[in-house]
Design a protein around this ligand. Structure first.
Ligand code: F0G
Length: 421
């Protein structure tokens, strides 16, 4: 197995500031991290990633939450609402049911605004402050907008969020609204919103905080660092596979980067790198298509549909970072139906873990891959659940039991229970 771009610690270019710089993943051009607003490569338009002169080691980290990993981040501290340090639940019954040796659920819904996006925002909004911008913006299927609104507001900045009209779960719109974002409801899907917000950012109207922004992915790397640390402490080894839902493929890219940096630090052997296994909804699966066809680029899907609205995305912008991550770790990608997603949401709920539909896709995908024999019975697996049940109350209520009307007296309640045990 080889990991690319190179897992070796690079030599800092002259653009580096305190051993940190931005590098283009396509042409390797390097840029100073905080001298100008920049989302993609000035020379070729490729995606940028943050590079460090000295890769941080697991033994360097102190404290709790995202900022425990400050040595692996571009700044020492951020705009924080105590994000990270989420639970890695044991689910022995689900492990038996699926038929794998070990299964743990990393529940990112336990972050302050109820999704993993908080990890990216604590870093991204701090960088925005460093750059001196005053208006922040994102396109969103909901969770990014909730996190941006909360972190932007805490930092005293104006926030603008572009949402696909009618396709964002109620909890997320409520969060963006109460935290004071200006909400633009776009007559188009998420990909159209992202095109629009990129055009606004290119004109200097606002600072873009979608996962195209390389600093956000640095914060999201900490999901991988927490998983590896906790899993090894509990099981004496690293998980051999991490299964996660894929939308824009930011987390896939971020986890792969975390692993590459640990390999460079000498903490993780190349053959210990967990197999990154991405799951998409059948109605929005361009990454799965690219993996299945062995393609280097994804084909943009113009028409996307799924009940898992958070991952209703047809043009994953981080595909150039994430496709190598899936391939080079020996992972795979799989598509699941909306019915399979809802079943998985119920299975997790039975274990006491309340997640939104997109999050349940990871467990649905694991079950499918195990049934197909792609995942073996001896595997040690972590499924990532990315958002909390309350994000999408309508989906939860539709998947769960219905309320039963009863009279307001004891006899009536007892009669009802006797009639319908
Ligand atoms: N799960 C949830 C709950 C999400 O909100 C998202 C993305 C994903 C998974 C996919 O993650 O993009 O890193 O592959 N939501 C974005 C948003 C697009 O706008 O909230 P990814």
């Amino acid at each position: 197995m080889t990991l690319s771009p190179t897992a070796e610690a690079p030599t800092p270019p002259s653009a580096a500031e305190d051993g940190v710089w931005l590098s283009c993943i396509d042409c390797e051009a390097s840029f100073a991290p905080f001298d100008a607003v920049r989302y993609t490569c000035d020379d070729c338009g490729g995606l940028l990633e943050v590079r460090y002169a000295s890769p941080a080691s697991l033994s360097d980290f102190e404290g709790s939450g995202v900022w425990r990993y400050a040595d692996a981040l571009p700044l020492d501290g951020g705009v924080s609402i105590q994000e990270g340090a989420t639970p890695l639940y044991r689910v022995p019954d689900l492990a038996d049911d699926v038929g794998v040796e070990t299964l743990r659920i990393k529940h990112e819904g336990m972050n302050p605004t109820g999704s993993f996006k908080d990890r990216g925002m604590t870093v991204g909004v701090a960088v925005a402050r460093e750059l001196g911008v005053d208006r922040l913006a994102c396109a969103s299927t909901g969770n990014t907008s909730a996190a941006l609104a909360a972190y932007g507001s805490r930092a005293g900045m104006e926030t603008l969020v572009l949402l696909p009209a009618g396709k964002v779960a109620a909890g997320k719109v409520a969060q963006a609204s109460l935290h004071g974002a200006r909400i633009l409801e776009v007559d188009g899907n998420f990909d159209a919103c992202l095109d629009l917000v990129q055009a606004l950012a290119d004109r200097g109207e606002a600072y873009l905080l979608n996962s195209l922004n390389p600093f956000r992915l640095e914060g999201q790397k900490t999901i991988g660092l927490e998983i590896l640390e906790r899993f090894r402490a509990d099981h004496g080894t690293f998980p051999n596979r991490i299964v996660l839902p894929v939308g824009n493929a930011g987390n896939t890219a971020a986890l792969y980067k975390a692993f590459r940096e640990l390999v460079a630090a000498g903490d993780l052997a190349v053959d210990e790198v967990p197999k990154l296994t991405g799951v998409q909804a059948e109605g929005a699966a361009p990454m799965v298509e690219a993996i299945e066809n062995g393609a280097d680029e994804i084909r943009r899907w113009d028409d996307v549909e799924t009940r898992a609205t958070a991952i209703r995305i047809g043009n994953p912008v981080n595909a150039p970072k994430a496709l190598p991550g899936i391939r080079e770790t020996g992972g795979t990608a799989v598509a699941v139906s909306d019915v399979e997603i809802t079943d998985a949401q119920r299975d997790l709920a039975e274990a006491g873990i309340g997640v939104e539909p997109a999050s349940a896709a990871s467990f649905a995908g694991l079950r499918k891959l195990r049934d197909d024999g792609v995942v073996g019975e001896d595997e040690q697996i972590v499924c990532l659940t990315t958002g909390h049940l309350l994000k999408d109350p309508d989906a939860a209520a539709a998947a769960g039991t219905d309320p039963e009307p009863v009279p307001s007296d004891l006899e009536g309640v007892l009669d009802h229970l006797a009639e319908q045990p």
